[in-house]
Write a protein that binds this ligand. Structure first.
Ligand SMILES: Nc1ncnc2c1ncn2[C@@H]1O[C@H](COP(=O)(O)OP(=O)(O)OP(=O)(O)O)[C@@H](O)[C@H]1O
Ligand SMILES: Nc1nc2c(c(=O)[nH]1)N=C(CO)CN2
Length: 163
């Protein structure tokens, strides 16, 4: 089977977020069945949902992978765990969050894994860095740049590094 193109979104708003994101990208790529193909600029974003909490740093990456979706989720969660990710409050602050946004054209709705990520289409903190990384990208056939322009959290987003 040929490798599948997948987009992952990373976020951090506790600890040394910039360093955490850099090591997380390296750790995601450090797998025999994962090849990193692109990394977006880093953006600083206002928290969407949840309690009052610090701003986030967010980025997205594109990978080519032979891992099947649940194995990829397990790999993402192992990387989160290495950064002492704890889930205390829904949408609350975290040292590291890694979400699977797309996995080829797959649509999946399992108890523990929904692809495309169900909230990605409304989140500028995912869509804008993705559109910068892959200007022709589409999510369910809608251009990602268009979705980003419509997202309510776009005004709070600024480039932190890389553009
Ligand atoms: N596409 C996906 N990527 C990552 N996790 C997913 C996905 N779909 C479902 N999940 C499930 O969501 C669970 C909760 O994830 P998590 O605690 O990271 O949510 P969250 O980051 O607080 O909120 P959100 O899902 O809105 O980003 C995970 O344990 C995982 O099983
Ligand atoms: N700005 C921003 N807001 C969020 C984020 C995030 O990564 N960035 N992640 C969330 C849960 O996944 C909830 N809210």
């Amino acid at each position: 089977m040929s490798a599948v193109h997948s987009v992952l979104a990373l976020g951090s708003n506790l600890g040394e977020s910039r360093d955490t994101l850099s090591s997380a990208v390296a750790e995601l790529a450090d797998h025999p069945q994962v090849r990193l193909s692109a990394v977006s600029p880093v953006v600083r974003t206002r928290p969407v949902g949840g309690p009052e909490q610090p701003d986030y740093l967010n980025l997205v990456v594109a990978i080519e992978t032979d891992l099947e979706p649940h194995a990829l989720l397990a790999h993402c969660q192992a990387v989160e765990a290495r950064h002492h990710r704890e889930r205390i409050v829904r949408w609350g602050p975290r040292t590291l969050d890694v979400d699977i946004i797309t996995y080829g054209d797959l649509h999946l709705n399992d108890e523990d894994l929904i692809i495309p990520h169900p909230r990605a289409a409304a989140r500028a903190f995912v869509l804008q860095p993705w559109a910068w990384m892959e200007p022709d990208a589409r999510l369910d056939s809608v251009p990602v740049a268009e979705l980003a322009a419509r997202a309510e959290d776009l005004p709070g987003l600024e480039v932190f590094e890389g553009e």
